[in-house]
Design a binder for this molecule. Structure first.
Ligand SMILES: [Zn+2]
Length: 71
């Protein structure tokens, strides 16, 4: 029996798997960078909770830790 497709079907499958892996890794990296962007904001963009001292984003209304209103 002859498999006329075998010559390039296998590389195609491998290529597909590689694409999936690369796409997954790129997605994970993008998520990671987004997380870092939030954590590494300059201090000028942060406010400190006057109750517990937790650093919050500048436009935060309530402290992310204790939930008290930030004045
Ligand atoms: Zn607080």
């Amino acid at each position: 029996m002859v498999y006329p497709f075998r010559g390039y079907v296998a590389p195609l499958i491998i290529f597909g798997i590689v694409l999936l892996v690369v796409g997954y890794v790129a997605g994970e990296r993008a998520k990671e960078e987004k997380k870092l962007a939030v954590e590494e904001r300059p201090l000028t963009e942060m406010v400190y909770c006057s109750y517990c001292g937790t650093r919050n984003v500048k436009d935060a209304v309530y402290c992310k830790k204790c939930g008290k209103k930030i004045s």
